[in-house]
Design a protein around this ligand. Structure first.
Ligand code: OAD
Length: 243
């Protein structure tokens, strides 16, 4: 299924474009999504492990889950979908990529104008000093890992029940308010506040285009819902607006 003429015109004339991505953009790179097939680890769901309570109760278990995910992610490469989004950044006068993903693949594809709403799996935070540093050790030599100061490190990830970084969410809301077109790619739109961004964009007059392998709660609200793989549909959209 492909873009309507209205969608094509909206993109061609757009001065300000926002792309919101979720786990589905990385599925074709081999990253398991959270919901749906392949989204489970030892029969735990993300909601059971990605919480401050789970970490407090059993930091080793939570770190083992992140260590498993980091091992899966390390060899993976960005796919055509990530690459189109990285090129879109240069094409439109104003652009922002808002991602819920923590896998770092957008950055690997070359995206720079980006807000990582949920943090980054390749960063760790000292529980005592609050200092955030890069950490690419795979697998981790010690679980849970510790800071030079001796305190425990946690993944630099926003967990369920925690607030999103203030600056990141403000930037995302502003962009959703101001954009001409929003592309919503590979997200189940069930986790707030990211899920409200397409609705804000639509209410403020943006043309909202969803790209997903299946319908989601926002499919009936957006201007167009394109069903298919991001790695197929995004290059098709790019080709279409280049014609
Ligand atoms: P989900 O796993 O909830 O949803 C992934 C979406 O991608 C689903 O709607 C799929 O239908 C779709 N999908 C799968 N393969 C696709 C493909 N090749 N092309 C296009 N779409 C595809 O992931 P998110 O919506 O990102 O939070 O989940 C939101 C948050 O919940 C995550 O950021 C994470 C999780 O708990 C944290 O880690 C804090």
């Amino acid at each position: 299924m492909l873009l309507t003429i209205t969608g094509k015109d909206a993109l061609i004339s757009a001065k300000n474009v926002v792309v919101l991505t979720g786990a589905g953009i990385s599925a074709e790179s081999g990253v398991p999504t959270f919901r749906g097939e392949g989204g489970l680890w030892r029969n735990f769901r993300a909601e059971e492990l990605a919480t401050p309570e789970a970490f407090e109760a059993n930091p080793k278990l939570v770190w083992e889950w992140y260590d498993w995910r980091r091992q899966l992610l390390k060899p993976l490469k960005p796919n055509k979908g990530h690459e189109v989004i990285a090129r879109f950044e240069k094409r439109f006068p104003e652009f922002l990529l808002i991602t819920q993903n923590v896998d770092g693949l957008h950055e690997k594809a070359g995206s720079k104008k980006m807000v990582e709403l949920h943090g980054n799996i390749w960063k760790v935070k000292c529980l005592k000093e609050g200092k955030v540093t890069d950490n690419f050790e795979v697998p981790l030599s010690r679980i849970p890992p510790s800071c030079e100061c001796g305190a425990m490190l946690r993944p630099h990830i926003v967990w369920f029940g925690e607030s999103l970084p203030y600056d990141a969410i403000q930037q995302a809301y502003r962009a959703a308010n101001e954009c001409d077109v929003m592309l919503v790619v590979g997200t189940s739109t069930v986790v707030q506040p990211a899920a409200s961004l397409p609705i804000i964009a639509k209410e403020n007059g943006a043309h909202v285009i969803e790209v997903n392998t299946e319908e989601t709660p926002i499919s009936s609200i957006v201007n167009e819902s394109l069903i298919g793989k991001a790695g197929d549909i995004l290059p098709e959209i790019e080709r279409l607006i280049d014609l």
